[in-house]
Each structure stands twice: as structure tokens, then as C-alpha cells.
Design a protein. Structure first.
Length: 260
């Protein structure tokens, strides 16, 4: 009998979870509080034929979740910062939200986090940073890392995504590839590709402000628990939120003009 040696390749790019590895065409991740809910969500997405998320394979002998490895590149590249990529990301997020309709909004235990004050409509990804989207060229093919997914409104998940991708951030904190983009034009492009109703578009910037205040509180509380969140906080995550909120205040009228 020949023993199969499974090589574990550490995966870079995550902020928070230690120990994410690739083995052959699977990814192994430590589980967290929300894993049972996320696993139910991934099974639901597979059942309704949504192809923009990894499939859940199961659990391994050491208690890690096993999901399929999606080939491609995560993070910001010259391809993923294009307008074309942003429009496709909006379409993918729209398809994801639509695919979660029918998934129970109550009865699961999610990781929690900030939200808006409206009644949840869908399951939001709620953490669509560039590192959590896999691209093949300019085409986003999968959303990954659903640890922070939870019931929310479409608008809240759109704002969270735009925070990273427009980006709604002070230029000093932006990735060089996004430092000089026209944020207002990108907000508009995303909303059009998502087909967000005009009424919701007008709410986005006030919602962004609400979200900044709440994320600051949530992140500070999580940082107090230690681990990856504490590292993020020590690395200046709170100050970046404050600077982004100030930048939004300064530019709100100009950005708003793109959303009416
Ligand atoms: N299913 C997957 N397919 C391809 N790459 C993945 C997959 N899951 C994770 N990765 C890679 O590993 C990195 C970290 O994994 P992630 O699940 O986002 O953990 P974290 O909680 O640390 O952000 C991702 O940014 C991505 O580059
Ligand atoms: Mg991640």
C-alpha cells in the first residue's frame, strides 16, 4: 500500500484566520462560531446552483472545514481594479444576494457585527474585501471567506463592499492601484450594475457613515478578545475608519451627485 502524502500549502492574504491551507484542490480552514450557519449557507448556494462560492466538502480528521479551492487570484491587481471588474463584482454580489433568498433569515447563529436598522432581506457576505474575491483576469469568479456573513439588507452589504472597492477611504490608506480612481464614478457604476433602486442609492452615503461608527465599535470590542482582530487594531484599523469617515464628510456632496 502506498501512503499518500498531503502537502499543506499555507494561503496568504487573510487578515484574521490563522492556519488556512491548501491541500490539492481543497482548502482547510479552522472553524468558528458561525461555521454551522455558513455551512448551511454554502449547501443552500450549491442546491440553488449558485456557482460563485466554494463548495463545502466536509470536515477533516483534525476538525477543520474542507472547501473547494477556486483557481485564480485574490486581492488587488491591475485586472481587479478595472471598471469592468467592478461592474462584474456588482453583478456577482447581486446574484449572491438573490441566491440567498429562501435561506432562513432566523434560527442560525452568525458571527455578528454591525448592521443597519432595517429589517434583514438577504444573507450578506459583509466582508467583501479584495482578499475575499477570487478573480480570473478581470472576472470575479467566487466570493470566499463567509465567516462574517449574516442577515442584513442589500444596501448594507453594498456599502460594505464599496467601502473596500470604490473605495470609500482616505487616499493615504488606499492601495496604490486605487489611490487616484474617481470614487463617485465607481459608486455609480457599481449601483447601476447591481441595479440598485434610486431610493436605495440615495441612502448609501448616510448608511456608510452609520456603518463607520458601528464598525469602529465592533472592531474595538473584537480586538479586546485578542487574536487576529487585536493585530488588525494594533495595525491602525480604528484610525483608518476614522480617516475614512472624515474623508466621506469632506466629499459627501460630490459623491452624492453620482447617486441621484
Ligand atoms: N476556497 C478558496 N479558493 C482559493 N483561495 C482561497 C480559498 N479560501 C481561501 N483562499 C485564499 O486564502 C486567503 C485567506 O483565506 P480566507 O478564507 O479569506 O481567511 P481569512 O479569514 O484569514 O481572511 C484568501 O485571501 C485567498 O487568497
Ligand atoms: Mg479573508
Amino acid at each position: 500500500m502506498v501512503a499518500t502524502v498531503l502537502h499543506e500549502i499555507p494561503l496568504q492574504g487573510g487578515d484574521v484566520t490563522d492556519g488556512v491551507v491548501r491541500i490539492a484542490d481543497t482548502v482547510r480552514r479552522p472553524i468558528c462560531r458561525s461555521s454551522p450557519a455558513v455551512h448551511a449557507l454554502l449547501r443552500h448556494l450549491e442546491a440553488v446552483g449558485f456557482d460563485g462560492a466554494p463548495r463545502l466538502v466536509g470536515m477533516d480528521a483534525t476538525g477543520r472545514e474542507i472547501i473547494t479551492f477556486v483557481p485564480g487570484t485574490a486581492g488587488l491587481t491591475v485586472h481587479s481594479v478595472t471598471d469592468e471588474a467592478l461592474g462584474s463584482l456588482a453583478v456577482l454580489l447581486r446574484r449572491f444576494h438573490d441566491a440567498t433568498e429562501g435561506f432562513p433569515l432566523a434560527g442560525h447563529r452568525w458571527e455578528g457585527g454591525s448592521n443597519d436598522d432595517d429589517v434583514p432581506e438577504v444573507i450578506g457576505h459583509c466582508d467583501l474585501t479584495p482578499e475575499n474575491v477570487i478573480f480570473q483576469g478581470a472576472e470575479p469568479v467566487a466570493l470566499i471567506d463567509f465567516d462574517l456573513a449574516r442577515p442584513t439588507t442589500r444596501a448594507f452589504d453594498v456599502v460594505t463592499t464599496l467601502r473596500h472597492w470604490a473605495p470609500i477611504a482616505d487616499p493615504v490608506d488606499r492601495h496604490p492601484l486605487l489611490r487616484h480612481v474617481d470614487v463617485g464614478a465607481r459608486l455609480r457604476l457599481f449601483c447601476e450594475a447591481y441595479d440598485l433602486p434610486p431610493r436605495t442609492r440615495r441612502r448609501l452615503l448616510p448608511l456608510a457613515r452609520l456603518r463607520f461608527g458601528r464598525s469602529y465599535e465592533v472592531m474595538r470590542a473584537r480586538a479586546a478578545e485578542g487574536g487576529g482582530w487585536a493585530r488588525l487594531w494594533e495595525d491602525g484599523a480604528g484610525e483608518r475608519i476614522r480617516r475614512a469617515a472624515a474623508w466621506l464628510d469632506t466629499h459627501e456632496d460630490e459623491l452624492h451627485a453620482h447617486l441621484v
